[in-house]
Design a binder for this molecule. Structure first.
Ligand code: SF4
Length: 195
C-alpha cells in the first residue's frame, strides 16, 4: 500500500485523538482533557455587586495575576455568587453582561471636566474633581439656602441641588448618603433604582 505524506499525518492525527499514540510527542488526549478544565480554576475570586439595579445581586469577579507587585490583574470572567441569599448565583441578562462594561476600551476611568466656554472634555484628577464639586456646592448653598418661608416657619432647605444615590449602594451607604445630603439642606434626594 502506498502511503502519502498527507495520509500518514492524517493517520497519526486520528490515532493520537483516539489515544493510540502521541503526535510528535504531543498527546491529543492530554490536550483535550486540559481544555475541559475550567478557565477560572486558578483565578483570584473577588466578590462584588452588580452595578445596574437595586436588586443588588452579588457577583464573583475572577481575575488573573497572583497579587505580586509587578503583576497587573485582569478580569477574565464574572458570574453570579451562589452564596448570595439575594440572587443565589443567578444574574439577569443585564447583570450577565457586566463583563462588557468592566473590560471595555470605552470605559471612562477618570473624571472629565468641561471648562466654561469649551466644547472639549478634559481628563482631570480626582482631587481636582472633588475640590471643584465642593466649591460649587458651597457657592450654590451660600446663594440659595432658604432658612425661613414667607410665613416665618423654619425651612433650612437647599432646593437648587438634587442628589441621586447609586444602585449598588448598601443600606449603610445610603444611610450615610441621605444624612450627608440632608445636612446640606437638600430635599430632592433619590436612588438610581427608582429611575
Ligand atoms: S443582575 Fe439584574 S436583577 Fe440583579 S442587580 Fe443586576 S440588573 Fe438587577
Amino acid at each position: 500500500m502506498q502511503v502519502s505524506r498527507r495520509s500518514f499525518i492524517k493517520g497519526v492525527l486520528i490515532a493520537s485523538i483516539i489515544g493510540e499514540t502521541d503526535l510528535f510527542g504531543l498527546s491529543m488526549n492530554k490536550a483535550m482533557a486540559e481544555s475541559r478544565t475550567l478557565k477560572i480554576e486558578k483565578a483570584k475570586e473577588t466578590k462584588s455587586i452588580c452595578p445596574f439595579c437595586a436588586v443588588g445581586c452579588s457577583m464573583i469577579a475572577y481575575s488573573t495575576g497572583d497579587g505580586s507587585v509587578n503583576a497587573r490583574p485582569s478580569i477574565m470572567h464574572i458570574e453570579g455568587d451562589p452564596d448570595s441569599p439575594i440572587n443565589q448565583g443567578r444574574l439577569c441578562a443585564k447583570g450577565s453582561a457586566t463583563m462588557q462594561i468592566t473590560v471595555n476600551k470605552n470605559r471612562v476611568k477618570t473624571p472629565l471636566y468641561r471648562r466654561k466656554g469649551s466644547k472639549e472634555w478634559e481628563e482631570v484628577s480626582w482631587d481636582f474633581a472633588l475640590d471643584k464639586i465642593a466649591l460649587l456646592i458651597k457657592e450654590e448653598r451660600d446663594k440659595n439656602f432658604i432658612t425661613k418661608d414667607s410665613q416665618g416657619y423654619t425651612l433650612n432647605q437647599l432646593p437648587t441641588i438634587a442628589a441621586v444615590g447609586g444602585s449598588p449602594c448598601a443600606n449603610e451607604n445610603n444611610y450615610l448618603f441621605v444624612k450627608a445630603m440632608r445636612s446640606l439642606g437638600l430635599v430632592y434626594i433619590d436612588g438610581q433604582a427608582r429611575i
